[in-house]
Design a protein around this ligand. Structure first.
Ligand SMILES: C/C=C/C(=O)SCCNC(=O)CCNC(=O)[C@H](O)C(C)(C)COP(=O)(O)OP(=O)(O)OC[C@H]1O[C@@H](n2cnc3c(N)ncnc32)[C@H](O)[C@@H]1OP(=O)(O)O
Ligand SMILES: NC(=O)C1=CN([C@@H]2O[C@H](COP(=O)(O)OP(=O)(O)OC[C@H]3O[C@@H](n4cnc5c(N)ncnc54)[C@H](OP(=O)(O)O)[C@@H]3O)[C@@H](O)[C@H]2O)C=CC1
Length: 447
């Protein structure tokens, strides 16, 4: 039995759940990996010069054992997230440390501690096998997977599953991720694949859409409401392209920051009106490595006021980190919120705390999404309220290049990867619903 036989079953309209259950699963499959003996390969290089094309490999790997509560999924498509960039440049830490730590927790988790790390935190595909105790999913089910892996043995995570002390991001802090022909997930990561989307479109939103949902919309994040002025950094990027859609769909007023006219056009086409091209307007929030320039914060704030009839920002959707954080805190209105999930440009932030405490602002840390938030975010995709922002699709062989593009900010929206899917455009089940949303679905394509 080979991956080709699985693909044939997926592509046959007559395949039943029993057919899938009867399929033998191959003993090995192709997967995107980084190697433990290469973690020092970029030592001494600047972050920018660490090239994911050198560290990312396509290997034949053995099939992992399937445990209780788990599922093996045939991955038709996946997507590149920035966490795979971090893994491939071994920053801020080598992810092998996460796998070792996980491996120490119990006998079954030892499977994850390997000399290679199969990366990737998104997938769209078909369930092949489920482990003992899985009743909600069956072989043949068409699914997407969110990337929250939790154990839930501690009460700490029982109210908000992101607070589980054993919370991990699948394909980043666990092995057997989605950039592969077969992936191993916990069954409660599975969600129904939106039926109007192709495999690669369905795989694109998962991680960033769920993260933006918690960070901006959920009460666990900023709890955005109608009329809020929302400053969105990287508004046409992975996270930002969903934050912009959430702001528009939720009746808020997005102020989109981008770095080119082309990206400004994308935001306009999503329906945003207030757009700041940070490159064209030349903001320099840092005078040098150690000194920020409050005059530049003020120039930026004045520009925002031009779009808002003089109002300041209710919510900042932060992720660039060090380079922008001082400005983000400054431009937030009295009582407003800065919500942050990342630090792409550096994690040691500096801001003038007087503007925070005197104006009663709040900084909220946000990370991925709990089970329920991920489900709600996927539901919005399935209902055609929020759309994938897929721009370009690569083959599994070219994942290194795809990660390089994301690392160098050469991409738009999301970058997809075909895993088992032989070509783009497959997997659409509801053509009528698709036709209704086709322009929005294709908005980011090939730009
Ligand atoms: C969905 C997608 C998401 C993304 O893309 S996010 C972006 C990518 N992710 C990242 O860049 C994050 C990568 N992760 C990290 O950088 C690290 O993962 C963290 C900095 C988050 C944590 O570092 P760590 O080394 O895992 O943990 P420690 O807390 O620094 O060290 C553990 C030791 O420190 C002790 N400790 C913890 N808290 C305290 C305390 N409050 N007082 C005293 N000690 C403390 C512990 O017990 C333990 O000790 P002992 O090493 O001896 O076991
Ligand atoms: N904690 C969590 O759960 C999650 C964290 N992340 C993290 O969030 C970050 C962004 O992820 P994602 O949106 O997918 O990445 P993308 O690269 O797709 O988008 C980020 C955008 O941010 C903008 N940007 C980058 N650097 C700067 C800067 N120095 N100043 C201002 N804007 C900047 C760029 O837009 P432009 O050039 O147009 O301004 C870029 O397109 C990553 O660090 C990632 O690891 C992502 C998902 C989940």
């Amino acid at each position: 039995m080979t991956v080709k036989d699985i693909l044939a079953a997926i592509q046959s309209p007559d395949s039943t759940s029993e057919d899938f259950a009867a399929l033998q699963i191959p003993e090995s499959y192709r997967a995107i990996t980084v190697h433990k003996d290469e973690t020092e390969m970029f030592a001494g290089l600047a972050t920018r010069d660490k090239d994911p094309r050198k560290s990312i490999h396509l290997d034949e790997v053995p099939l992992p054992e399937l445990g209780p509560g788990e599922a093996l999924v045939a991955v038709m498509a996946s997507s590149v997230n920035y966490n795979s960039v971090w893994t491939s440049i071994f920053e801020p830490l080598s992810t092998f440390g996460f796998l070792e730590r996980y491996g120490r927790t119990n006998e079954l988790a030892k499977r994850h501690d390997l000399p290679y790390h199969i990366i990737g935190s998104d997938l769209a595909g078909v369930v092949l096998r489920t482990g003992p105790g899985v009743n909600a999913w069956r072989p043949g089910d068409e699914v997407v997977a969110h990337c929250l892996s939790v154990e839930l043995e501690s009460s700490d995570g029982h109210n908000d599953t992101m607070l589980d002390p054993e919370q991990r991001i699948w394909g980043f802090e666990t092995n057997f991720g989605g950039l592969a022909e077969i992936a191993l997930v916990k069954s409660n990561q599975l969600m129904p694949k939106p039926d109007h989307l192709s495999w690669e479109e369905a795989a694109a939103p998962g991680l960033v859409n769920s993260t933006a949902y918690r960070q901006l919309v959920s009460r666990n994040g900023a709890g955005m409401k109608q009329g809020d002025n929302v400053l969105i950094w990287g508004a046409s990027g992975g996270l930002g392209s969903y934050a912009t859609q959430f702001a528009l769909a939720g009746g808020a007023n997005p102020i989109c920051v981008v770095s080119s006219e082309q990206k400004a056009d994308i935001c306009r086409s999503m329906g945003a009106e207030a757009i700041i091209d940070r490159s064209a307007e030349g903001y320099k929030f840092w005078k040098d490595e150690t000194t920020q320039d409050p005059k530049e914060w003020k120039r930026f704030g004045k520009r925002i006021r031009e779009f808002t009839d003089g109002e300041d920002i209710d919510i900042v959707f932060e992720h660039p980190g060090r380079e922008t954080f001082g400005a983000s805190v400054f431009v937030t209105r009295k009582g407003g919120t800065i919500t942050t999930c990342a630090s792409t440009s550096g994690y040691m932030h500096e801001y003038d705390n007087r503007y925070l405490w005197m104006s009663l602002k709040r900084i909220i840390g946000s990370h991925f999404a709990n089970y329920r938030e991920a489900w709600e975010a996927n539901r919005l995709i399935a209902k055609g309220k929020i759309h994938p922002t897929l721009s370009k699709v690569y083959s599994l062989e070219d994942t290194g290049q795809a990660a390089y593009d994301v690392h160098r900010n050469l991409h738009q929206g999301k970058v997809g990867v075909l895993c088992m899917a032989p070509e783009e455009g497959l997997g659409v089940r509801d053509h009528e619903k698709r036709a209704k949303h086709i322009d929005a679905i294709n908005r980011f394509r090939n730009i």
